[in-house]
Design a protein around this ligand. Sequence first.
Ligand SMILES: Cc1cc2nc3c(=O)[nH]c(=O)nc-3n(C[C@H](O)[C@H](O)[C@H](O)COP(=O)(O)OP(=O)(O)OC[C@H]3O[C@@H](n4cnc5c(N)ncnc54)[C@H](O)[C@@H]3O)c2cc1C
Length: 381
Amino acid sequence: MRRTLFTDEHEALRASARAFLDRHVRPRMDDFVAAHGLPRDVWTEAGKQGLLGLSVPEEYGGGGTDDWRFTVVVAEELSKVSAALSSCIGIHSDVVAPYLVELTTPEQKQRWLPGFCTGDLVTAIAMTEPSGGSDLAALRTTATRDGDGWVLNGSKTFITNGGSADLVVVAARTSPDKGARGITLFGVEWGTPGFTRGRVLDKVGQTESDTAELFFEDVRLPADAVIGQVDQGFIHLMERLVQERVGAAVSNIAHARQILQETLGYVKERKAFGQPVGSFQHNKFKVAELVTAVDVTQAFVDQCVLAHCAGELSAVDAAKAKWWSAQVQNDVLDECVQLYGGYGYMNEYRVARAWRDARVTKIWAGSNEIMKELIGRDLGL
Ligand SMILES: Cc1cc2nc3c(=O)[nH]c(=O)nc-3n(C[C@H](O)[C@H](O)[C@H](O)COP(=O)(O)OP(=O)(O)OC[C@H]3O[C@@H](n4cnc5c(N)ncnc54)[C@H](O)[C@@H]3O)c2cc1C
């Protein structure tokens, strides 16, 4: 089905994202997997192509656009190459960006945004803690007042870009008795005494992403490390989770679509019993079902993208897009592995890696259960 949400300008950016990926990323993916992370030159090259700061005002080196569809085309192209690439760059350019653009002072913008756009300052966002991620309001990392500034103590885990980030947006408790209304966001720079990283975590998939633990031991932060309002951090997070979740849906379906397309090519070529495996009625029907699931999901996600661009996407519709697309992505990739037979289980095949990479999309950024909880609550249940 023809998608109608993009203009020639969006497609032009898609073409330059593709050119960047073909030149600087695709040929080196195996190196990134072996290194358990993206080298800095990938970030700085993406910065040179203008892919990192699309929503950042031009005066700080960004693209200065408030049309989120530009971000969507870049996310789709990244996802087609690797789900991990899309998550690492997406966390920086799409998830962290709104915090740094919308909630910061002019001094903070000047300090952080130029490097953010060039890729010299890689960012992460740290909400989840070893004690739990779903119940964000129960986080235990604390920031206590110290004169004009703050002292940060605690730890975070599963942090995307955690192994390399130069700036981390950290959620910490500033008012112990105020629950969700006692959380504040801080910009914590790498190099601040007391801020250390744990190991890069050994994940089931997305090996090329340097997901890590972060530790904060008596980290002294100046007053201007606060991002947004003191004690309003939970609200700041909730307001921006809509974009994070519809962004996840965009990546989920683009990833599934790409691997399904590659699988279609494979089942036309691979023969068993003297005929292409895709021509057995069972497999033909299976592929027909998968293509239908992807197209129907894409239609809903595209509507969510347009609603988000119009400032009308509800948290509940974003939750629907996120869990549904994650489920479809995982179902589709599981069937793709099956259609590849034994080769589908070999890491050297993209389909195998994609299948492993996709598993986390039902867990992170609010699990499928939490998405359904939000939807159910909205139904008055
Ligand atoms: C690869 C990776 C990258 C990540 N990147 C980041 C990042 O950059 N920044 C960050 O802050 N976090 C990140 N996360 C953390 C992620 O968001 C959390 O793992 C997720 O929110 C779930 O939290 P948890 O792991 O503590 O699971 P828990 O909260 O312990 O949940 C365990 C299980 O219980 C279910 N559950 C919990 N509450 C309910 C409920 N009320 N009803 C029904 N079921 C429930 C969950 O769905 C899950 O199945 C990342 C995680 C991974 C794996």
